[in-house]
Design a protein around this ligand. Sequence first.
Ligand code: BGP
Length: 485
Amino acid sequence: KLDDFPENFLWGAASAAYQIEGGWKEDGKGSSIWDTFSKIPGKTYKGTNGNVAVDHYHRYKEDVKLMADMGLRAYRFSVAWSRILPNGSGEINDKGLQFYENLIDELRKYNIEPVLTLYHWDIPQALQDAYQGWESRQAIDDFNEYARVLFKRFKNKVKYWVTFNEQNVFTALGYRWEAHPPNIANVKKMFEANHIINLANAKAIQSFRELVPNGRIGPSFGYGPIYPFDSNPNHVLAALNGEEFQNHWWMDVYIHGKYPKVIWKQLERLGVTPTIESGDMELLQSVKPDFLGVNYYHGGTVRANKIEFPLKDEEQQLDKDFEATDPYLMEPKEEQAQSPEVPMFTNVSNPYLEKTDWGWEIDPIGMRIALRRLQSRYDLPMMITENGLGAFDELTENREIEDQYRIDYLREHLVEIQKAITDGVDVIGYCAWSFTDLLSWLNGYRKRYGFVYIDRDDENEKSLERIPKKSYYWYKNIIKTNGKS
Ligand code: BGP
């Protein structure tokens, strides 16, 4: 049983444009870097892409009706920049704006609060071609231009806005691991692009203050607490390094307008600090978000690095387990050996945690730890903007999905959120990932997260029929009772 959640708690669900919409060339849309990347052989599972996705572009009314029937109070979605500005800047495509206006109106009709994400990883290809996208400072102005178009158009219809989704994830996978576009392996470029994105974030928030004075804006960060392997002070120190490097390096800038000193020094030694121009730090310090979006899936466990502290026999296996399951380390690259954090910590599996079918650790208490740590360090209201279970859902003979495992997973996380609230953490909402099944960036359509099953697979679009899962009815009841059931 769950205890009370705050009144007006935003019970929601989330999605992202590229993963759900389809209609990739429809009504004047330009290409994004994901449209290009997904077509490079071998980059995504069986070459799956978002050309059709789950066809939300044409079926949004049906999807919103399902949300309304469920009683959903908030829906987080992202806008595809290349629908609004097909060339990245300049000419505005009104049909693109109209699509989002229709979606927002449809949500409002049923009193579902729209939570609009400006950037969920899909910079227009035109800007990548023109100046290498986030490697150029021109992207700061172009992102601001794009954001201003949306602020002006939707300022009276959308209250909650998210600037960047998981900046830590898309910069690392895109500029370091060659796992996302722009498909680069260069740590220095990762830090340069990250700094430019921080500036774009700050500038857009300045525009927001001018154009949407009553709105609320913040980033969505992919946060996971970092644990020490055991109480050996060397490992505890490594966990501190991990926490600062993997989390606070990114987040401190949003809230405090500066990079953590310890990590800065470490990067300086490695020669990979970003270029700071005059006025940069002032711009970063001139804004502060209204809330923090938190995407929580799992944390990480680390030990002091292997070179200085060779692994004991029993630790070797944990190390192997980690390398076998971590999605980003499946094919270790040469460059990994010289990656900046290696002198500071080494990732290992956590022997106390079970894993999903996809090798992600299941750690509901980590949710409470995350919220507590973030409340202490940043002291802002928080919205869980993503949390969910990726699984292989199979239709039964009666064409139903019995996803009790998803219900268990979500319930355990909600219990910990509720405890965090009792602890004194300010949580304003929870958006489960995801409402309908949708494209998993690298894993195709078989890794499913939704409350609503979509009849399609990796090779075949099939009927695209929407089928509410068992978890849909469970969440409906959670919302109805404000979390009590
Ligand atoms: C987050 C992304 C989402 C979503 C989710 C699940 O990092 O913000 O867009 O995809 O992870 O990830 P995956 O689809 O890789 O399982």
